[in-house]
Design a binder for this molecule. Structure first.
Ligand SMILES: *[C@@H]1O[C@H](CO)[C@@H](O)[C@H](O)[C@H]1NC(C)=O
Ligand SMILES: *[C@@H]1O[C@H](CO)[C@@H](O)[C@H](O)[C@H]1NC(C)=O
Ligand SMILES: *[C@@H]1O[C@H](CO)[C@@H](O)[C@H](O)[C@H]1NC(C)=O
Ligand SMILES: CC(=O)N[C@H]1CO[C@H](CO)[C@@H](O)[C@@H]1O
Length: 523
């Protein structure tokens, strides 16, 4: 269908749906201006349509951005079919549509310019997993949906791949695996690569290769005025702009690639023994690169009807014999249930509940409230106290019974090899990511201000404070990608004065009009 036709069809929605909350005129004008420059296959959609719903549903609907319109480049099929010479934009005929990486930045740039011309705020989205409530400050905005702009192109020499701004973790893993390559991605298959990478990018392979952002060799960025720049390690890195495409480091998969995934379920009486053991694995940062572990607090009434329990995954790169020094100790603690599997790397997501079919990838309108804290190790005294809060609140309020607390322990070897002062990532010295995480299924027209939200927030903050006091650090560090939005800029971006000074100067230079001010913005 011609873009113009689609666009006029879509306009039908504007008069009914978009009007009640948002001023319709700027949105209509935006759509009118954009229509002619979009290629066939691209679409503009409005609240009330399936397409709009698909492009705007999120992992967490709490404090979610509010869009009046969404622009999709094309469906995946359209993108795949454009090799034969169609173009994304009439005005950019010089870029063939199979060069998706380049198209990503071109597309962003066009959207930003047209949105600015109509004074509409905008946000580029891909994985839809950001759950920080500052996103909710975007009202009646333009969703620049990057999802169709996914591409992984292994570049000559096989040391890097050009990755499009809309590429999700699963797409990266699958595409690279065909070349027997891998890289650092997030754990969850449904987050994007570049989204989390902008905030750091923890992942399975960080112990070997560093964080996600350490893999970015160069990035095509679009600034708030729509201009396009390329940044690399040799030039100052603007932050909080739209990352469109990036040559990203990739690595050969070792010849023998076997992973052990052991899953152990424990009752609460094992807390001290379990977290004491895990702390010995963390070994204040000396955890071997082969080892990852991860424990959830959660309620499993069939295991324990009264108290929350622990499920620990030991994820070991190697054979069962090589993993035995760890798995045997997990067994010795006396789990109530054990599952033991081996897999190749792409199978890890399914075995650990991080695949796209998992609850973690559901976009069902639930509110997720996380209270993250980074720590060097487990203090079992503080952990017991934090657990007691979790256990009580998740038992007392059945509507909070889906709460979990994540305890993520990846090797930090290569993360810590990067000198702390060379990137904007402030926290290379902590070894663990802990996140009390409450899930609330909202009722209709729930604005997130209910008693349940208040209770979850109070409990989450109290758990974090308890963990913080046991952590022995004067400063609270919270991984910006997990932050709820109640944190300070120092919590996210570092407590050394020079860090925020430097970031503020870059912000003033590259985003003077504060167009990118919705995700944990630098004030
Ligand atoms: C919405 O997403 C679902 C699942 O990905 C897909 O099957 C459906 O075709 C999409 N609908 C539209 C209108 O894009
Ligand atoms: C894609 O376009 C960029 C510049 O816009 C160019 O540097 C790159 O080589 C192109 N890639 C391919 C595969 O054509
Ligand atoms: C562990 O946490 C408790 C409770 O906050 C605290 O009193 C203790 O000093 C902490 N231990 C260490 C080694 O930091
Ligand atoms: C997903 C999967 O294959 N899980 C298996 C792991 O191993 C246990 C036995 O230890 C099986 O029961 C699971 O089905």
């Amino acid at each position: 269908m011609q873009a113009s036709k689609l666009f006029f069809l879509a306009l039908g929605f504007i008069s009914v749906a978009a009007v009640d909350k948002c001023q319709s005129q700027p949105v209509t004008d935006f759509a009118v201006a954009l229509g002619p420059i979009l290629s066939p296959g691209a679409s503009i959609s409005f609240p009330g349509s399936d397409k709009f719903a698909n492009a705007t549903t999120r992992y967490s609907a709490y404090g979610a951005p509010d869009f009046a319109v969404t622009v999709d480049v094309a469906t995946e099929a359209d993108v795949a079919n454009t090799v034969s010479g169609q173009h994304l934009f009439v005005s950019d005929k010089h870029i063939p549509a199979n060069n998706i990486s380049s198209l990503s930045s071109c597309y962003m740039s066009q959207m930003v310019k047209v949105a600015n011309a109509h004074q509409l705020p905008f946000l580029a989205t891909s994985g839809h997993h950001g759950a920080t409530i500052s996103l909710g400050r975007l009202r009646c905005g333009v969703n620049i949906n990057l999802r169709a702009l996914h591409s992984v192109e292994v570049l000559g020499g096989g040391q890097t791949a050009l990755i499009g701004g809309g590429t999700l973790t699963l797409q990266v893993t699958e595409a690279l695996w065909k070349h027997r390559k891998w890289t650092v991605t997030g754990i969850c298959e449904c987050t994007s690569l570049l989204g989390p990478g902008l905030g750091g990018g923890h992942g399975w392979n960080q112990g070997r290769y560093g964080l996600g952002l350490d893999q970015i060799v160069e990035a095509n960025l679009v600034l708030g005025d729509g201009s396009r720049i390329v940044v690399s390690a040799d030039s100052p890195t603007p932050i909080c702009s739209g990352a469109c495409a990036a040559p990203y480091r990739i690595y050969d998969v070792p010849d023998t690639n076997t992973w052990v995934v052991g899953r152990y379920t424990y009752t609460q009486d094992k807390l001290e023994a379990l977290f004491g053991l895990l702390d010995s694995f963390v070994a204040n940062g000396a955890q071997p690169v082969e080892l990852r572990h991860w424990t959830n607090f959660l309620r499993m009434p069939d295991v324990d009807p009264v108290h929350a329990v622990f499920v620990t995954w030991i994820i070991y790169e190697g054979t069962p014999e090589q993993a035995a020094p760890y798995t045997s100790k997990m067994e010795a603690l006396g789990p109530v249930a054990t599952a033991f599997n081996t897999t190749a790397y792409p199978g890890l997501a399914v075995l650990t509940g991080n695949d796209r079919g998992a609850k973690l990838c559901a976009e069902n309108g639930d509110h997720i409230l996380r209270f993250p804290i980074d720590l060097r190790g487990f203090n079992v005294t503080a952990h017991r106290a934090a657990y007691a809060i979790f256990d009580e609140v998740s038992r007392t309020y059945p509507a909070l019974g889906g709460a979990i607390m994540l305890n993520e322990g990846y090797s930090v070897r290569a993360v810590q090899e990067v000198p702390a002062g060379t990137t904007a990532f402030p926290d290379r010295f902590n070894n663990l990511l802990l996140s009390p995480s409450f899930r609330i299924t909202p009722t209709d027209h729930d604005d997130g201000g209910t008693e349940l939200h208040r209770i979850a927030t109070e409990a989450g903050l109290r758990m974090r404070q308890t963990l913080f006091e046991g952590g022995g650090s004067p400063d609270l560090h919270t991984y910006v990608n997990y932050g709820l939005g109640l944190e300070t800029l120092e919590n996210y971006y570092g407590h050394e004065e020079w860090r925020l000074e430097r970031l503020r100067a870059l912000k003033a230079k590259y985003d003077p009009d504060r167009k990118f001010s919705f995700y944990a913005p630098i004030a």
